[in-house]
Design a protein around this ligand. Structure first.
Ligand code: COI
Length: 355
């Protein structure tokens, strides 16, 4: 159990227009900070006014990308209370990420305690409008000033919050996806399963390419053969072909998404066949030609459930469900958001009350 000290802001920022939040534009009044020092462990947990960090220019995070992060949300319920969605899953994933990245981790209970404490402090920032939430960004950075490549002796773990609307400007309307066949995102033994900034930095070249071609995101193929579908820039991806729902297996190169996991659990509960076998992109494009690619959607904390309306692979273009949201995608969206925003009973036991 953390002993969190509070230093509250004396002035509060004006709240943004809830109808126009966008994603990751506004930040709340406070942040959570805790330090880690080799030989001492975690110390000085605090909630302090949101402010720029003081970092030595030689801090290792700035040179060797020694950092990791998480993404989660707090939701405003119809009765005004606030809840989180499976926060322990984010804590567990961060521990797995940090092992790979040689970063220290907070125990699950301390991580969840810190998130709850900050959200409760920022409760007035959790927006009320439909489809809005408070995005929570826990992250850890290596702070030791040192230019040799080795693990850092000091780290800082922080949590910041941002009131958000939809991640894509298209909202719940289907996105257009470009299948990347030149660059790779992840290889066996690499960091593909982690939430480290480097994975995202290395993906931008393809995102720029996709944008230039008129597509919103990149669908990555496996890094060895460029043959099997893996994940989209900021989402896991599902394909419904001939009544089977496929998503890439989490075997080290795909992010084990909390929304992905929740969708699989819901789909299985509803009696769908879910396959986590590797799915060749050729099979996806053939299915599209044969009229059997019924639905494609992405899942993620930021993106929620995002229908895909178009896939471009090499010189082939697949249009999915006439560019409309399909019935399974719609049911998943309604159920998941219903549970998250407290508009449906949480039969799965996924939500955690904050205040
Ligand atoms: C999330 O879905 O929370 C993410 O972290 C994706 C992204 C915005 C990087």
């Amino acid at each position: 159990m953390l002993n969190i000290k509070y230093e509250l802001a004396t002035t509060k920022k004006p709240k943004p227009d809830e109808n126009n939040l966008g994603f990751g534009i506004y930040y709340t009044d406070h942040m959570f900070v805790i330090d880690h020092t080799e030989g001492i462990g975690w110390h000085d947990a605090r909630i302090v006014p949101y402010a720029p960090l003081m970092l030595d220019p030689a801090a290792m995070v700035l040179h060797y990308a020694m950092e990791s992060f998480e993404g989660m949300k707090a939701y405003r319920l119809p009765d005004g209370s606030i809840q989180l969605f499976r926060p322990e899953k984010n804590a567990e994933r961060m521990i797995n990420t940090n092992k790979r990245m040689c970063l220290p981790s907070l125990p699950v209970e301390d991580f969840v305690q810190a998130v709850k404490a900050l959200v409760e402090t920022e409760k007035d920032w959790v927006p009320h409008q439909d489809g809005t939430s408070l995005y929570i960004r826990p992250f850890i950075i290596a702070t030791e000033p040192h230019l040799g490549v080795r693990t850092s002796k000091t780290h800082q773990f922080l949590i910041i919050c941002s009131p958000v609307g939809a991640y894509y400007s298209t909202g719940i309307n289907p996105v257009k996806i470009f299948v990347e066949d030149e660059y790779t995102r992840a290889c066996p033994g690499g960091t593909g399963f982690t939430k480290c900034g480097g994975n995202y930095a290395a993906s931008l070249v393809s995102q720029v390419k996709a944008h230039d071609l008129g597509y919103e995101q990149t669908l990555w193929l496996d890094g060895v053969e460029h043959k099997y579908v893996e994940e989209v820039g900021s989402m896991n991806c599902f394909f419904k072909i001939d009544d089977v729902i496929y998503t890439a297996p989490c075997v080290g190169t795909v992010l084990p998404g909390v929304t992905r996991m929740s969708c699989i659990e819901l789909l299985k509960k509803w009696g769908y066949t879910v396959s986590e076998d590797r799915l060749p992109i050729a099979k996806v494009m053939e299915a599209a030609k044969a009229g059997k690619l019924e639905e494609v959607f992405g899942t993620g904390t930021a993106a929620v459930i995002s229908p895909v309306g178009e896939l471009r692979y090499e010189d082939q273009v697949a249009f999915i469900n006439n560019g409309e949201i399909g019935p399974v995608t719609h049911k998943l969206y309604e159920t998941l958001t219903g549970i998250q925003w407290g508009k449906m009973p949480d039969d799965m036991g996924w939500t955690v009350k904050v205040c």
